[in-house]
Design a protein around this ligand. Sequence first.
Ligand code: NAP
Ligand code: G4F
Length: 347
Amino acid sequence: MSLMGKIALITGITGQDGYYLSALLLGKGYELHGLVQPLVYDDTHTLAPFLDQITLHRCDLCDGGAITRILNEIKPDEIYNLGAQSHVGMSFDVPEYTTNVNALGTLRLLESLRALKLENTTRFYQASTSEIFGDTPPPQTEHSLFNPRSPYASAKLYAYHLVKNYREAYGFHASNGILFNHESPKRGYDFVTRKVTRAVASIGVGQKECVDLGNLNAIRDWGHAADYVEGMWLMLQQEQADDYILATGEGRSVRELCDVAFSCIGVSLTWIGEGEEEKGIDRLSKQVRVRVDQKLFRPLDVENLRGDPTKAQEKLGWRRKTSFKETITEMVKADQSCLIYDIKRFG
Ligand code: NAP
Ligand code: G4F
């Protein structure tokens, strides 16, 4: 039995946010359970520092029967639904799967809670996203227009509405965290920040020459994942469930992300050319370090996301602590350490 006597279940526990939320909840004395995908590459080693303190359950969010059985077994006080096919670009290639996991997965969890009559005892956090705003101009608030521009965002918007429906229809304590991008050394390799910080680490030791990117103009509001999981927890500690934006309020382009990441290895970039011909060049050595690859553009992109976190600040007392530069510097340093370890180990 845990110190607080509270039981939490995290879906998507092996992802970036699952790692930081696990650390937070274990630190608070929760009894912690996590859902992990069966039949895929076992990545539970990502939870290594605290694996022995978590009970893992093999369950796909597409499997309603297994979800019901596990919820009945655990009867959690809190569920954090982080599990998702979370790559926006990939959702154009696998729209049906993305919808099944991100939209219907949420439905399965909520319906299981209802069937088990846990709606009055289990609090529910839904990992919603700034992507639901699409091309609505910034700063986006909780009242901004939703205009999803990808299968990922459309599926997440369905889940957002469902959470609200279950709150209003059945009295669920269910909250949507509308989170803007948040990053860390645990970020998946396919997201732009991590792609850039890994490339910068490799370029720094001469293992790579250049990084190929898609849309350099896209603006995102990038925070640190460790700060954002605190906001998730705070939402479930409120008397009333509600929906909140977590964001920094600062927008930066992918180009600016490259400037900051390359500055970590002492490289100052100068940008020349336009569109597909644009290049980021090392001011001193004149070597090309960033190129544009048309194949990396999405069929439809979201150009400008910058959130207004006022409601979360005022009602939850939430504050982000880590600056953009600190986040990117931490990621570059972590990627450099991995490389140095690999070089020492494998030559
Ligand atoms: P992530 O690193 O991609 O983690 C996603 C997690 O979902 C992984 O544990 C993954 O398991 C699991 N998963 C995928 N498909 C599943 C399935 N069919 N059944 C069960 N589990 C499945 O994502 P994240 O960055 O931690 O984000 C957490 C959540 O917040 C996601 O829902 C994401 O859409 C949302 N979100 C993220 C951000 C952000 O900037 N990070 C912003 C807004 C919202 P495997 O490890 O086995 O693949
Ligand atoms: O890093 P990204 O793939 O993140 P994106 O699409 O904003 O989605 C992330 O944040 C959302 C919250 O807003 C989450 F809901 C979602 O689950 C995920 O965590 O791409 C950021 C921007 C995009 O405009 C993309 O087109 O960077 C642009 N970009 C340019 N070159 C690239 C690349 N993105 C990726 N992944 N790879 C590139 O080479």
